[in-house]
Design a protein around this ligand. Structure first.
Ligand SMILES: Cc1cc2nc3c(=O)[nH]c(=O)nc-3n(C[C@H](O)[C@H](O)[C@H](O)COP(=O)(O)OP(=O)(O)OC[C@H]3O[C@@H](n4cnc5c(N)ncnc54)[C@H](O)[C@@H]3O)c2cc1C
Length: 383
């Protein structure tokens, strides 16, 4: 088939080939085992760091590899092709925890934490959600109270990816409880600090190769210099980082959808019923055509939002649309994949059942579909 990604540079084609090779060698072979054991393969971090993949999009003076949001989208699609769970763990580290350090950290924090994290020598997490705070960030109850040269943190964070394996966390805590979302600050918390503990590892339906924890802060004291970004405005300032995260989510599910499509095409060509491959039946062929079409649309929307961000154009609505469309398409695509793979796709050893469990969460995380629709509608109605 002709390569119609004509807007990609030679370097971007090469990046795609290289990450595809890495995924085939280092991720695909361990994806099922990591899913079954609910363990993230932490030795991947230094490997990804050595190849510069964790540092993609970061400036060279911080050990970064340079690169654009479009490069980033290519990376996420190819990593998620091998395992959406592993991609999620890497994503939270590099696109959330490291990005927050880059955007808001002091020079000392960047040198001490970001530089080793981009080499894969430290693992990061993003600790925002709580029992009472999900879509509504204004209800974060974890408190950070100034005390001399320190802040003292108290509270419990829930559903935190990388929580059980992290060396450092970016913690969203209230420094001004009367102000809701306008009173939230960001703190770097090293996980060996007294007063911090992983209360439990949480078991999930899908993306099980990423580890998740409930995290407790009990009189956990950090120096005031560990506050990153503006007091009371840290979380609001981080929202632009979350906009780019929606583009990455669209890329991750494009990879997951493509893995489901490829496995289905293979099955449709080789599974014989009524004397012919099932792909010959129009009902199956039409389904495959729809899956492939939705993947193309997902990728194009994702890349358009990435290119707009790279060119400094407005891209918030485009990022929301890409995330909304691609994540909902992925859930439909993977459901059809399970359907056309029949009983064999339903078996524990089949990757299809893993895809089926992995896809749903992307409609919830990084702002659920409803929140994306709210943002898109608000922007359209205000114009
Ligand atoms: C696999 C996984 C990994 C995660 N990793 C992290 C992490 O690393 N760090 C972190 O901080 N958090 C993480 N989370 C938590 C994530 O941030 C929350 O799931 C997300 O913010 C949504 O919150 P909630 O699940 O409490 O759902 P809720 O906010 O309670 O929403 C429940 C339902 O209500 C709907 N709803 C809510 N508000 C509105 C509204 N205004 N209009 C219409 N519908 C609405 C939602 O769309 C959803 O369907 C993770 C969650 C999962 C499942």
């Amino acid at each position: 088939m002709a390569d119609l990604d004509f807007y990609l540079s030679d370097e971007q084609h090469e990046l795609r080939r290289a990450v595809r090779d890495f995924t085939a060698k280092e991720i695909a072979p361990i994806a099922a085992e990591c899913d079954a054991s609910e363990r993230f393969p932490t030795d991947l971090f230094p490997k990804l760091g050595k190849l510069g993949y964790l540092a993609l999009g970061y400036p060279e003076e911080l050990g970064g590899s340079g690169g654009s949001n479009l490069d980033y989208s290519i990376l996420w699609e190819e990593l998620a092709y091998g395992s959406a769970g592993i991609a999620l763990g890497v994503y939270v580290h590099t696109a959330m925890a490291c990005r927050a350090l880059q955007l808001f950290g002091s020079e000392a924090i960047k040198q001490d934490w970001l530089v080793p994290a981009l080499r894969g020598e430290r693992i990061g997490g993003w600790a925002f959600a709580e029992a009472g705070a999900g879509s509504d960030a204004g209800t974060v109850a974890t408190r950070a109270v100034a005390d001399g040269d320190d802040y003292v943190l108290n509270g419990t964070k829930l559903f935190i990816t990388n929580g059980p394996i992290a060396d450092f966390l970016i913690v969203v805590a209230s420094t001004n409880p009367d102000q809701g979302i306008k009173g939230l600050s960001l703190f770097l918390v090293e996980t060996d600090r007294p007063g911090f503990r992983v209360a439990s590892s949480l078991s999930k339906l899908g993306v099980r190769a990423s580890e998740m924890g409930e995290l407790v802060f009990e009189d956990c004291r950090v120096p005031a210099s560990n506050m990153i970004g503006r007091p009371d405005r840290g979380f609001l300032d981080s929202l632009r980082m979350l906009t780019l995260g929606r583009i990455a989510s669209a890329a991750i599910v494009s990879g997951l959808s493509r893995a489901a499509l490829d496995a289905t095409v293979e099955h449709a060509k080789t599974r014989v019923q009524f004397g012919q491959p099932i792909g010959n039946f129009q009902a199956v062929g039409f389904g495959i055509a729809d899956m492939a079409t939705q993947i193309e649309a997902s990728r194009l929307m994702c890349h358009r939002a990435a290119i707009a961000a790279d060119r400094g154009l407005p891209h918030s609505r485009e990022a929301s649309m890409a995330k909304l469309f691609a994540t909902e398409a992925c859930t439909k695509i993977v459901e059809r994949a399970l359907h056309y793979n029949g009983a064999s796709g339903f078996m524990s050893e089949s990757p299809i059942q893993r895809f089926y469990r992995d896809c749903k969460v992307f409609e919830l995380g990084e702002g659920s579909s409803e929140l994306q629709r709210n943002m898109i509608a608000r922007e359209i109605l205000a114009s």
